[in-house]
Design a protein around this ligand. Structure first.
Ligand code: ZN
Ligand code: ZN
Length: 278
């Protein structure tokens, strides 16, 4: 069965697992050994944090050379897409545009890890927040996602981990999970932009590792995207180490099947092509 993991970090991501060899070549070798057919190497490039110095710069030239070398080495055995996880591009659009202009990425994940002027959801302390405050955070995130996607039209292949915040705050929602219908209009607008402009929906398998029991976004949201006519699905482990490559991919394929989705999307040809699940 075709198996893809199109969200993988290498040594060029500040938060990769320092105990492992995470060079692009080692990552490709691990993916090959795990029997994957298609991967994308998608290191962080968070334009807002890099431009303020909150994150160190990334040597994109060296990275490109190493990834293209690995891509060549695995030619015919494993499809390796030269990708990037472009974080918060609309928060520093000139820098994001420059990065995209200079590098021939084959696969761009557009990700939103924080609202403008607010730390990454990973760093927020949710313990003292009321349900209302969590609800408000969520609403702001969705509104910024609309601006993010609007910027990403013609630039993103997929939207990274929609509902990213749920990975961190789901355990603090005392009144139960936030539902699609809590923000029906915003989700409708998000999915309409994606469907109209061929931006795929990523199912990020980290939800299983974070105790959600489902990918991010949860199936309730995936189902709604599908009901609106969405047909482009990518699956990403968000691995930051060789061991986690492909993690949760099978569970996510099963989850897709359980809601009647019969395909995922390959970008090997340069444009989105369906690969039917058997
Ligand atoms: Zn991310
Ligand atoms: Zn990531």
């Amino acid at each position: 069965m075709f198996s893809a993991d199109t969200h993988i970090h290498t040594v060029y991501s500040f938060d990769h697992d320092k105990r492992c060899d995470c060079s692009p070549m080692a990552i490709c070798q691990a993916a090959y050994e795990k029997g994957l057919n298609e991967i994308a190497l998608t290191d962080h490039y968070c334009v807002n944090a890099i431009s303020t110095g909150a994150l160190p710069p990334v040597d994109l030239e060296k990275r490109q050379a190493e990834i293209l070398e690995a891509k060549d080495a695995f030619s015919g055995k494993l499809t390796v897409l030269y990708g990037i996880e472009l974080g918060q591009p609309a928060q520093n659009a000139p820098l994001a545009e420059e990065v995209l202009r200079k590098h021939p990425f084959e696969f761009v994940i557009g990700s939103l890890h924080n609202e403008e002027s607010v730390p990454d959801f990973y760093y927020l302390d949710y313990r003292a927040m009321s349900h209302y405050e969590l609800f408000t955070l969520w609403e702001h995130y969705l509104k910024e996602t609309i601006a993010h996607l609007t910027w990403g039209i013609g630039r993103f292949q997929t939207l990274g981990h929609l509902n990213y915040q749920e990975r961190y705050l789901h355990a603090y929602l005392k009144d139960g999970p936030i539902r699609r219908l809590d923000f029906a209009d915003l989700y409708h607008e998000i999915f309409r932009i994606m469907i109209d402009h061929e931006i795929a929906l990523e199912l990020n398998t980290s939800g299983f590792r974070k105790g959600m029991g489902e990918p991010v976004p949860r199936l309730e949201f995936v189902r709604y995207y599908r009901d609106l006519g969405g047909k482009l699905f990518t699956i990403g482990s968000d691995a930051h180490s060789p061991a986690l490559i492909g993690d949760g991919v099978k569970e996510t394929v099963d989850a897709l099947r359980s809601i009647g989705v019969d395909r995922i999307t390959s970008f090997a040809s340069g444009s989105p092509e369906p690969v039917f699940l058997d």
